[in-house]
Ligand binder design. Sequence first.
Ligand SMILES: Cc1cc2nc3c(=O)[nH]c(=O)nc-3n(C[C@H](O)[C@H](O)[C@H](O)COP(=O)(O)OP(=O)(O)OC[C@H]3O[C@@H](n4cnc5c(N)ncnc54)[C@H](O)[C@@H]3O)c2cc1C
Length: 285
Amino acid sequence: MKDLIIIGQGPAGISAALYAVRGGAPVTIIAKDDGALAKADKIENYYGFEGGISARELIAQGKKQAQAIGARLYKDEVCGIEFAESGFTVKTTSGKELNAGAAIIACGISRNVPPIRNIEKFEGSGVSYCAICDGFFFRGKKVAVIGNAAYALSEYRVLKNIIQNVTILTDGLPPLIDFPSYDDRKIESFEGKNSLEEIRFADGSAERYDGVFIACGSAGAFELSKKLGLETKDNKIIVNERMETNIPGIYAAGDCVPGLQQIAKAVFDGMIAGVESLKFLKKHD
Ligand SMILES: Cc1cc2nc3c(=O)[nH]c(=O)nc-3n(C[C@H](O)[C@H](O)[C@H](O)COP(=O)(O)OP(=O)(O)OC[C@H]3O[C@@H](n4cnc5c(N)ncnc54)[C@H](O)[C@@H]3O)c2cc1C
């Protein structure tokens, strides 16, 4: 059977792994950190713990439980999912490329859109969230990647293969990794008539740009959805009752899909996604 890749080791990702591994799927979980639960203190509304349980303990037990039955857990940051002959290729900012027959997005909520004036106005007409999807349209033009971490560098590298004039704009933040070069002026607004024509900076300066690629922080569910062409609404991935997205073989679960943002619901979603992705892998074996 082909691999199932799960992005995220929160309650949704771990729950999906428990069901898929026990059903016989080879499962790899890739996660950059412990997600929303790492910010919580004590959990008092989850089944089975009289007096509550510390969120840290719940995370640790979940990870151990998945590993004990054979799920592989990798710490890495996913920067893209692409279609491949075997199904999908999941790419990470450390340069790994993993093949999968199916994937579950269990990335929690995060949409790292910087508060730049007119950003939404130019979405699709100069503002993009996916270098590999839209880079082609900007060949021979001048573009910028906005971000200050590994994800920005990975988008920069994708663009550099096809566009000569690419700049990294850190938007007033210090770079968190080594960039080939960067501009750290704080951005105030995007300007243009029908499409992006100019970036205005907080210091009063302005520069002509034809396109910008937003890559702040890490790629979250929103950015990964844009890359794959997944349907979204209000920044959530649209799934049916089987946790299927509009792309066969790609499932989503937990806080990144509509509904309550709670552990019990993430565990339920993960269970369904695990079971259904397993059926998909068996059918396409
Ligand atoms: C402060 C706080 C208190 C809370 N208290 C409660 C409570 O008492 N009870 C309750 O039921 N719920 C509580 N919640 C909500 C609960 O934590 C979430 O509903 C639950 O964690 C969602 O699970 P998830 O698996 O969907 O996402 P998350 O737990 O957020 O996990 C997301 C995973 O995706 C990974 N990821 C994201 N992007 C990438 C990427 N590009 N590459 C690799 N990995 C990536 C993250 O590293 C993480 O492992 C609380 C949340 C917060 C913030």
